[in-house]
Design a protein around this ligand. Structure first.
Ligand SMILES: *Cc1c(COP(=O)(O)O)cnc(C)c1O
Length: 392
C-alpha cells in the first residue's frame, strides 16, 4: 500500500496541494471556494487585440488553466497541459517530431499508443523501434542518430513489468533524446517521473487521476519551458483540447486522489495474495508481491502500487470466458482506474489489435485476465472472485 516500509516516501503536502493549489477564492471576483466552471468560448477585449488574459477558449480557458497548474504542482513540475484524451496528449507530443525522426518505445505499451506509433506516425515519416526496456542494452543498441524520443510506460499494461526510469533517463540525457513517461497507472501520488529525470510525464486522466469513469481526458507535465511552449502551441494548433466541464470534474476528482490510491493499493494487494494461494491460478503479477521480478526496483522508484492485478488461470480460453462471465461485483469491461472493479480478457479485448506473434512474445495468453480492483468492500471483491473460480 502507499507509503509502505521500504518504498519511497509519499510526496509531502500532496493532499493539501490537490485541494488548494491555484484554487484560492481570491482569484475570482466572486470569492468562489469551488473553482468556477467557465463555459464561455470567447472573452471581451478592451480594444482590438488588447485583452485582459483570455481571448478564445481553445487557446486558454480559466477552468482548464486551474487544472493545468494543479497537475504541474502535483507532479513537482513547472508546466501542465490538458488534452481531449490520453491519446490526444500523445498526438501533441508526436507533433514535436519531424519526418525522418525515430522513436524508441517500450514493447509492452497501451494498445492505442502502439497503434498511434505504428499506424499513424508512420504516415508522417516517423518510425518507431519497439524494445524491451528490462534489458537496457536493448535501448543502447536501438539508439540511432535520428532518435528524437524515448517512450516508456511503467508498470506496463497488462504484464506489469517495471522499468528503471532513472537509468533510462541517464541514457536519454547522454544522447540528448527526449524521455516521455506514461504515468497513467501510478499517478502523481505514487510515481513522479520528472523527479526521476523524465522530460515529459504523460497521462490518460481517464483512469486513476479522474477515477470515476466519467471523463475521457489526457495531460502532460514538464519542467522544460521550451518544450512546454512548443506543446502549448501544438495543443492550440491541433485543437486537441478538453471541455471546461470535464476539467471541472477532474479538479474535483483530484481532491480525493491520495485516498483513492491508498485504498486501491490495499485492495489490489489483498486480491493478489488471495489469488496467489488459489489452486486454480497459475500465476499472479502485482508489483507489491515479493514474487514480482521487479519488486525491489518498484520500491526504489515508487511510493506504492495501484489497483491493477494480472493473473493467469489454469486452463484455456473457455475457462477464461466462463470465469469472466461468472463475476458479479467485477464488471466485465475495458478501461481501468475507476472506483468500480473491472475485469477483462486482453487477448480479445484491449490488446486484440496487438499482432498474435507479438502477444506471444509478451505473454498475453488466452488465460491472462486483467483486473482493475476498485474501492468496494474487500470481502465482497474477494468473495466474487471465489464464487467465479468455483464455476470453472
Ligand atoms: C487508457 C490509456 C491511454 C489512452 O488514454 P485515453 O484517455 O483513452 O485516450 C494511454 N496510456 C495508458 C497506460 C492507458 O491506460
Amino acid at each position: 500500500m502507499a507509503g509502505e516500509e521500504g518504498y519511497l516516501p509519499l510526496p509531502k503536502g500532496f493532499s493539501t496541494h490537490a485541494i488548494h493549489h491555484d484554487q484560492e477564492p481570491e482569484k475570482w471576483d466572486s470569492m468562489a471556494v469551488v473553482t468556477p466552471l467557465v463555459t464561455s468560448t470567447t472573452f471581451k477585449q478592451y480594444g482590438p487585440a488588447d485583452f485582459k488574459k483570455y481571448e478564445y477558449g481553445r487557446s486558454a480557458n480559466p477552468t482548464r488553466e486551474v487544472l493545468e497548474n494543479l497537475l504541474a504542482k502535483l507532479d513537482n513540475g513547472k508546466h501542465g497541459l490538458c488534452f481531449a484524451s490520453g491519446l490526444g496528449a500523445q498526438s501533441a507530443i508526436l507533433g514535436l517530431l519531424k519526418s525522418g525522426e525515430n522513436v524508441i518505445s517500450g514493447d509492452d505499451i497501451y494498445g492505442g499508443t502502439n497503434r498511434l506509433f505504428s499506424k499513424v506516425a508512420t504516415r508522417f515519416g516517423i518510425e518507431t523501434t519497439f524494445v524491451d526496456f528490462l534489458d537496457l542494452s536493448n535501448l543502447e543498441k536501438a539508439i540511432k542518430s535520428n532518435t528524437k524520443m524515448i517512450w516508456i510506460e511503467t508498470p506496463t499494461n497488462p504484464t506489469l513489468k517495471v522499468f528503471d526510469i532513472k537509468a533510462v533517463s541517464e541514457i536519454a540525457k547522454k544522447h540528448n533524446i527526449i524521455l516521455a513517461v506514461d504515468n497513467t497507472f501510478l499517478t502523481s501520488y505514487l510515481q513522479r517521473p520528472l523527479d526521476l529525470g523524465a522530460d515529459i510525464t504523460v497521462y490518460s486522466l481517464t483512469k486513476y487521476m479522474n477515477g470515476h469513469s466519467d471523463v475521457i481526458m489526457g495531460a502532460l507535465t514538464t519542467n522544460n519551458t521550451k518544450l512546454w511552449e512548443e506543446l502549448k502551441f501544438l495543443q492550440n494548433s491541433m485543437g486537441i483540447i478538453p471541455s471546461p466541464f470535464d476539467c471541472y470534474q477532474v479538479i474535483r476528482s483530484l481532491k480525493t486522489l491520495s485516498l483513492r490510491m491508498q485504498q486501491h493499493g490495499k485492495n489490489s494487494l489483498a486480491v493478489a495474495k488471495y489469488l496467489e494461494a488459489h489452486p486454480k491460478i497459475e500465476k499472479v503479477l502485482h508489483p507489491g508481491l515479493p514474487t514480482h521480478p521487479q519488486h525491489e526496483l518498484s520500491k526504489k522508484q515508487t511510493s506504492g502500487y495501484c489497483g491493477m492485478v494480472t493473473l493467469y488461470l489454469k486452463g484455456n480460453l473457455d475457462h477464461s470466458k466462463k470465469f469472466l462471465q461468472s463475476l458479479k461485483v467485477f464488471t466485465l469491461a475495458e478501461s481501468l482506474g475507476g472506483y468500480e472493479s473491472l475485469a477483462e480478457l486482453p487477448c480479445v479485448m484491449t490488446h486484440a489489435s496487438v499482432p498474435e506473434e507479438q502477444r506471444k512474445i509478451l505473454n498475453i495468453s488466452d488465460t491472462l485476465v486483467r483486473l482493475s480492483v476498485g474501492l468496494e468492500d474487500i470481502e465482497d471483491t474477494i468473495g466474487d472472485l471465489e464464487q467465479a473460480l468455483k464455476q470453472i
